[in-house]
Structures are given as structure tokens and as C-alpha cells.
Design a protein around this ligand. Structure first.
Ligand SMILES: *Cc1c(COP(=O)(O)O)cnc(C)c1O
Length: 399
């Protein structure tokens, strides 16, 4: 294990590795590695012989070398070219990295395999999680695999499939008549009394390490280089923050063939866009977004504890934060799937509305290499697709 220490993202306060950690002054911790030792221990070519799961990046993950990962074979998602959609948008190099093909149908499994593995290695027996949807399903699945108990709190309008998958995996699931922030408050207030370890986004340091592997994998799949821009749907922000951290680690290891870093484009729905608002106002911290509403349940995060980490990453990368139109979500889901056969989730549909705006505004050039992350499967959101299909009568004499 190459972890040197943990470090407050807010003020750099150091914490010892190998202990249970949460937050410092309510804000997240970074896991830091002895990258000079990693560099000596492993070369990019060594990875060629390893499994296609994200555990191939074991030296850049926090799990002690003698601990077995809690895994469902997550990782190795394809980067799919999108020539037809690209042509309509005026882009010659458009790609989707399809995270919907992961266990439990979303990229949340990357964070959960690492967080649950770490919790298990640290002797934690009881987890709790507030979730807007997919994190609950993933957490429940990995907890089941680890034989751990888990309590999950979700808004009562969370997609039914997320409720179902958590329930099927044996989690104790509760529906709350509020937002993910209300669910988070319940977990916080009862954690001590109930003996829960709070697995909330960025309230423990390891989910983001798992999500970082999206960035490592992207670089490896592209031959150790990175695209011009990445569009990522942003809720709590771990995906974006994690990828940016991964890129810095790869750069420090000297594994990247080009110095160029991609511009990170943080995409939110105009129904819940706290990060976009803070970006536009030049702020480092985001005000809570009032009356947050969006069908893209993963983006329904009115206040994110890692807001400054998202905004720092976006600004350092030379990228931006953009709001896509809520009322175009279903249209984009249909457009992308009908042109490319890729079932994009509503969160990713928002990215395409942002992408169209950026191309029109000349913020993205026609020959830029663009990667859009499809963070989840359309199939998990049946209730948002209006269906009025023609019906045939089997007894009609015309057939
Ligand atoms: C959770 C989620 C997001 C938001 O991800 P963050 O890393 O929390 O910003 C986006 N899309 C889907 C499908 C999600 O489940």
C-alpha cells in the first residue's frame, strides 16, 4: 500500500493512513500516495497483464495490499465513437465513455467497490447512506457482497428501480419526503446513536478514489494521453474531482505522453445548478440552490460539500460549468440513443444540451476531441419516458 497520509482539502491538515476517517471541519479529505515509490514499483506496461477491473490500478488505490477487494468486476468500460451524433453537432471527434455498462448500471459502482472494501478492511460493520438514487443501489450491492449491514435514505421520488435494487440487495431502505440534503441530515444526526459509518459522497475519503479510476482508465485506453475536453454531469462532484486527481497523479508519475490536460466541463440541469451559479459568480463556494428540481436524479444535489473542489478543478483545467435545459432531457435521451444506440441516462442527456450550447458559442471547436461520460443506464429511469405506442389487436382480420 502506497498511501502516505490523508490531507484536508480545505486547509491541508494531515491525518494518518490506516485509520477510520470522515471529514475535517465538515469538508473532505484527500488520500495522498508516495508516488515516487509507485513509480519505482509499477510501469504502465505492467498493467497489460492485469484484470480489466479498476483494481488493475491497485498501487493508486488505498486498500492495504493484504486485503481482498469487495468487487463485482467493475471497470474497463468502452469509449465509443459517436460519428452520427457528432456530425449533427458539428464535431468530428466525439466519444462517449459508457459507464452504464458497470455493475448496478452506473459509475457509482467504482466509488462503492473502493469505499466498501476500505470500510470492510477497517472493521466497519454497519453503513448508512443518503442517496439521490444510483449510489443507494451500488452501495447495497457491495455491502451485500461484503456481508455488511446498510441503511439507505432516499427522497420519496427517487426512481423506483433505485428503490428496488437497494431493497433486493437486503438494505434497510427508507423514503424521505425531502431532498438528498434532508436524507443526509438524518444520517448525520443518527450515525453515532445507530453505530453507522456515514458513506455519504465525500464524507469518507475513498469513494472519490474509486471514481478517480475513470480518469486513469480514460488515459490508459487513449494510449496515455487525454482528450481536449470532458463533459461530466455534476451532482456531488466526486466523478469530476476524482478524475482531476487521477490526472494529476498520472502526470506526477510521468505516465502521460503529453503535458496537455483536458478542460473539465461540469454540466448541471438548469433546475439544480449551484455549481454553475458559483462558477459564473466567480465564487469558490456555492450557495445552496433553492427549490432544486430535476428529472436527472443524480444531479439533484442543491448543496455539495465538495463544491470548492469541483470549482477548483474546473478552473484549474481551463474548463467551465454550464447548465443544460431541464425540459430537453427526454429529447436528448432519445436523440443520442436513436443515433448511436447508447442508452444515456438523463444526467448525461443534460451534458449534450450543454455541449450543443458550447459548440454554438464557439467554446468547443469542430475538431476538438470530446469525451462525454454516460454515467448511468437509461433503463434505470423508466418513469421519465412518456410512452404512447400504437397497439395492435391480434384478432384484427387485417393481420
Ligand atoms: C451520482 C450520479 C451523477 C453525479 O455524480 P457526482 O460524481 O456525484 O457528481 C451523475 N450521473 C449519474 C447517473 C449518477 O448516478
Amino acid at each position: 500500500m502506497y498511501v502516505s497520509h490523508l490531507e484536508s482539502a480545505l486547509d491541508g491538515t494531515r491525518f494518518e493512513a490506516g485509520k477510520v476517517h470522515t471529514v475535517h471541519q465538515g469538508r473532505p479529505l484527500w488520500v495522498r500516495y508516495r508516488l515516487d515509490e509507485v513509480k519505482k514499483a509499477v510501469q504502465p506496461t505492467d498493467l497489460l497483464h492485469r484484470s480489466a477491473t479498476l483494481w488493475r490500478y491497485r498501487e493508486l488505490l488505498p486498500l492495504p495490499a493484504d486485503a481482498e477487494p469487495v468487487t463485482l468486476g467493475e471497470g474497463g468500460t468502452p469509449i465509443l465513437p459517436c460519428p452520427r451524433l457528432g456530425k449533427e453537432l458539428g464535431l468530428s471527434r466525439l466519444w462517449i465513455k459508457d459507464e452504464s455498462q458497470l455493475p448496478t448500471g452506473s459509475f457509482k459502482s467504482r466509488g462503492m467497490t473502493v469505499a466498501v472494501s476500505m470500510a470492510s478492511a477497517l472493521g466497519i460493520k454497519r453503513l448508512a447512506l443518503p442517496t439521490a438514487g444510483n449510489a443507494g443501489g451500488a452501495c447495497a450491492a457491495y455491502a451485500a457482497r461484503a456481508g455488511m449491514e446498510v441503511f439507505i435514505f432516499m427522497p420519496d421520488d427517487t426512481p423506483r428501480i433505485n428503490q428496488m435494487e437497494a431493497h433486493l440487495a437486503g438494505a434497510k431502505v427508507f423514503l424521505v419526503n425531502g431532498l438528498i440534503t434532508d436524507c443526509g441530515r438524518i444520517v448525520r444526526d443518527f450515525a453515532e446513536k445507530m453505530g453507522w459509518f456515514d458513506l455519504s459522497t465525500l464524507k469518507e475519503p475513498y469513494r472519490v478514489e474509486g471514481k478517480k479510476t475513470m480518469g486513469l482508465e480514460l488515459a490508459e485506453q487513449l494510449g496515455w494521453r487525454l482528450p481536449d475536453a470532458i463533459l461530466y454531469p455534476t451532482g456531488g462532484g466526486t466523478g469530476l474531482i476524482g478524475m482531476w486527481k487521477g490526472f494529476q497523479e498520472l502526470r506526477a508519475l510521468g505516465w502521460l505522453k503529453e503535458e496537455k490536460m483536458p478542460r473539465l466541463i461540469s454540466c448541471q440541469s438548469d433546475g439544480c445548478a449551484p455549481i454553475v451559479r458559483a462558477f459564473e459568480a466567480g465564487e469558490r463556494f456555492a450557495e445552496p440552490f433553492e427549490n432544486a428540481h430535476t428529472q436527472a436524479s443524480g444531479l439533484r444535489v442543491p448543496a455539495a460539500v465538495g463544491d470548492f473542489m469541483i470549482l477548483d478543478a474546473v478552473r484549474q483545467s481551463g474548463g467551465c460549468a454550464v447548465a443544460g435545459r431541464e425540459n430537453r432531457i427526454v429529447e436528448w435521451m432519445q436523440r443520442v440513443m436513436s443515433l448511436e444506440g447508447i442508452a444515456v441516462c438523463p444526467e448525461t442527456a443534460v451534458c449534450f444540451d450543454c455541449l450543443e450550447q458550447l459548440v454554438r458559442g464557439k467554446k468547443i471547436a469542430a475538431d476538438d476531441e470530446i469525451v462525454v461520460f454516460n454515467t448511468g443506464a437509461a433503463q434505470k429511469y423508466p418513469e421519465i419516458i412518456p410512452l404512447d405506442l400504437p397497439k395492435l389487436d391480434k384478432d384484427d382480420p387485417r393481420w
